[in-house]
Design a protein around this ligand. Structure first.
Ligand code: ADP
Length: 724
């Protein structure tokens, strides 16, 4: 009875997860769970059922739940010593992380899975992990790494002659080449994949491959070839995969649009829209509506074009799809201009520029995060391979040591036996000493000397051996130390190179955006003037305000880049002097309090017994000002920020705390990198350089800075100086 209740509870705890499934699916789920929860079943049968449960119902659609279930599956497999299933559980956890874009975690799980699979020697399993690692790289835009892993996978699939695996990997490789703009290579791989799909009579695979080929031809401007491939793809799909069907219809619309067949294009895109509406796919609905708007515009139906574009815009705004908003507003600005409505055109243009700026910023942050993640990953891989090499070296050394020991032991026993033999002879001589003649006596003496000499030599050889061994050990340590140094230098070099490239590209990008905004506003002003309309002062202010804001942004950026330049060239001087930190802070607080528009002030607290400290005032002012200014800037509408000095016996702590928007936990580690701006600050002005400079200045001042933050609650930055 107890067991039954327990079973019931277990099933219920899982079925709570399955509320959104259809009745049929729920029935299938229940039957799988009954097997999983039946402790009398074979372990492998239970595991099969649970694996099926996770894979079929959760992995792709509910990755968060899938992650927890896969964790449970891992624990079970570990307990039951089902090694291959442990690796599958790790693969599932990796996939769940991949689906929620947590790429670093995904890679961690994949690498753990890979290790188990390499141990078990299951090649199909290894190939599938390689493919998944490739996919993560592809998603991060690290195409050459992705390609490396896909090729590894392909090699295994080819060895195993696993045709469907080969076809999928060829398709993946095709995608990489397409993304890199090598269309011919992409076509070659897609075609190879298609050939296999045809041979296997895999209609869905065929349709996907044909669509991919069509997209390449569309990109190349080979519309006839694109058309023929999309049409074949449509037949192969036969309406089976609805979203693919819609995608093909949309693509067909694109080809006809390029060929100037606007009515046919309209038919296809309408079909695509219809499916998107049925599937409630809002992103693609908005894209199709915008496309329909463009077609109407080409057909000179500007009013219809505007109405469709506005519908598209509404959806895009509701779901927050920035890329779509940018496309649509750009179109709308053009449509309004054509229908002689400069005011609406201007509004749309401003919305377009705003959105574009946000996208640029986000892309830049993502690029920084991507590069850092990639760098961390490369470091991990390098560390792993060094570790493996080291393990290999250690095991080799062990073998050598054993061999050396054996040789020494053999030598020792040789000498020991020779010694024993000689001693035995010597004993015989003594035993017979009464009979010995004077000649024999001298022989005995010589033998004795020989034994002594042999003993001495044995001792000497032993000492030499010990010396040699020590020398070898010393050499080994030196080589190891050099290896470590080399690895470190390589890492630093790589890090510096990355920082430099990052810096140059980020800096130029940061200038390009304000310049583009200024230029477009000037163009708009010209447009308004040439339209002959009177420019209202409100509009004039709006435009000139934007120009002024961008100029001040550029000036601020220029100042900070100059400071950074000075820092990296080592031109910042360090002039310490004894200061009264309390007085220093009071002056700083006064300055900040007087410029707050919302009337907030900086609360000040002093802990411990104040004492003087030797610091460079310029460096301290710059760094502390940045922290205080951020504390106000990122906590508008909240409590006063707080500055605290804590005079401790051995150190001095200066902290700046606020109760504002906080920093996302996943981004905290990038905080002090140049140009880093968190994802939650896109609406707030900034350059992303202040903290980087502050950290450098604090370190020049022989201090350390740390940060703690909780998203939505606030942040605390703490500087620690040694009291001496
Ligand atoms: P900026 O403020 O000009 O963007 P900083 O280098 O000073 O540049 O800060 C880098 C990023 O760190 C900010 O963009 C923001 O995302 C985050 N940040 C810094 N201080 C705070 C704070 N007090 N609260 C929330 N986020 C902060």
């Amino acid at each position: 009875m107890k067991k039954l209740i327990c079973l019931f509870l277990l099933i219920n705890s899982y079925t709570a997860l399955t509320q959104n499934f259809s009745i049929k699916e729920k029935k299938q789920i229940d039957s799988l769970l009954i097997i999983w929860n039946n402790f009398e079943e074979e372990d492998t049968t239970r595991a099969d059922a649970f694996q099926d449960f996770i894979l079929t119902y959760f992995l792709f659609n509910h990755p968060d739940s899938a992650y927890l279930l896969a964790k449970e599956y891992y624990d079970f497999s570990k307990k039951k010593k089902l090694k291959y299933r442990m690796s599958t559980a790790l693969l599932f956890q990796g996939l769940s992380k991949y689906f929620v874009s947590d790429y670093e975690e995904a890679i961690d799980y994949y690498l753990r899975c890979l290790k188990l699979r390499i141990n078990s020697g299951n090649k199909v399993g290894i190939a599938s992990v390689y493919n998944n690692i490739g996919l993560v790289y592809q998603e991060q835009g690290a195409y050459s790494n992705a390609l490396t892993y896909y090729l590894k996978s392909l090699k295994i699939e080819e060895d195993l002659k696993n045709e469907s695996g080969i076809a999928s990997t060829l398709n993946n490789i095709g995608i990489i080449y397409k993304e890199e703009g090598d269309f011919n290579a992409a076509l070659e791989y897609y075609n190879r994949s298609l050939k296999i799909k045809l041979k296997l009579n895999d209609r869905m695979g065929e349709s996907h491959a044909l669509t991919n080929i069509g997209v390449v031809y569309l990109n190349q401007g080979n519309y006839e070839a694109a058309l023929s491939n999309f049409e074949q793809a449509l037949i192969a799909n036969n309406g089976f995969e609805e979203d693919l069907n819609a995608q093909i219809n949309y693509n067909l619309g694109s080809v006809h649009f390029e060929l100037g067949h606007y009515n046919t294009a309209l038919d296809y895109v309408n079909k695509a829209l219809h499916t998107h509406l049925e599937l409630n796919d809002r992103v693609h609905q908005s894209a199709s509506l915008n496309f329909i708007a463009s077609i109407h515009f080409k057909q000179n139906s500007t009013i219809k074009a505007i109405s469709f574009a506005l519908r598209a815009l509404k959806i895009a705004q509701e779901i927050g799809a920035k890329e779509k908003i940018s496309d649509i507003t750009q179109n709308l600005s053009m449509f309004y201009k054509a229908s002689n409505k400069p005011e609406e055109a201007l509004d749309m243009y401003i919305l377009f520029m705003d959105t574009q700026e946000k996208i640029d910023r986000e892309n830049m942050s993502n690029e920084i995060l991507r590069q850092s993640a990639q760098y961390e990953f490369d470091k991990k891989i390098a560390r792993d391979s060094i570790e493996n090499a080291y393990l290999l070296k250690v095991s080799k050394e062990k073998v050598n040591n054993e061999r050396e020991k054996k040789e020494i032991a053999e030598q020792k026993s040789f000498f020991l036996f020779s010694g024993l033999f000689l001693t035995l002879c010597f004993g015989i001589f003594i035993f017979n000493r009464l009979k010995v003649t004077a000649k024999q006596k001298s022989i005995i003496e010589t033998q004795k000397k020989t034994v002594d000499r042999a003993n001495k030599e044995l001792k000497q050889i032993n000492e030499e051996l010990v010396l040699k061994r020590n020398e070898i050990n010393l050499q080994k340590q030196i080589v190891q130390g050099q290896n470590e140094k080399l690895t470190k230098t390589l890492e630093t070099e790589k890090e510096l190179g990355l920082l430099k490239t990052n810096f140059v590209s980020m800096a130029s990008h940061q200038y390009r955006t304000p310049l583009a905004v200024i230029q477009s506003n000037v163009e708009l002003l010209n447009l308004l003037i040439s339209s002959g309309e009177k420019i209202e002062s409100e509009k004039n202010e709006k435009i000139s305000g934007r120009i002024k804001r961008e100029i001040s942004k550029m000036t601020e950026l220029m100042d900070e880049v100059l400071v950074l330049g000075k820092l990296t060239s080592g031109n910042v001087t360090y002039n310490p002097q004894e200061i009264d930190l309390v007085e220093f802070c009071n002056e700083l607080i006064e300055r900040f309090n007087s410029i707050q528009e919302d009337g907030r002030v900086l609360d000040f607290e002093i802990l411990g017994e104040p004492s003087c400290i030797s610091l460079d005032v310029k460096l301290l002012t710059h760094s502390l000002s940045n922290l205080v200014s951020n504390a106000f800037k990122y906590s508008t509408g909240n409590k006063n920020p707080q500055l605290t000095i804590n005079f401790k016996p051995k150190e001095l702590l200066v902290s700046v705390k606020d109760y504002g928007i906080g920093i996302p936990e996943s981004e905290l580690s990038y905080l002090f990198q140049p140009f880093f701006r968190a994802n939650n600050v896109t609406e707030i002005k900034g350059t992303g350089l202040g903290l980087n400079i502050a950290k450098e200045y604090i370190e020049l001042n022989k201090g350390r800075i740390t940060a703690a933050s909780t998203l939505g609650k606030g942040s605390c930055f703490e500087i620690a100086f040694s009291a001496s």
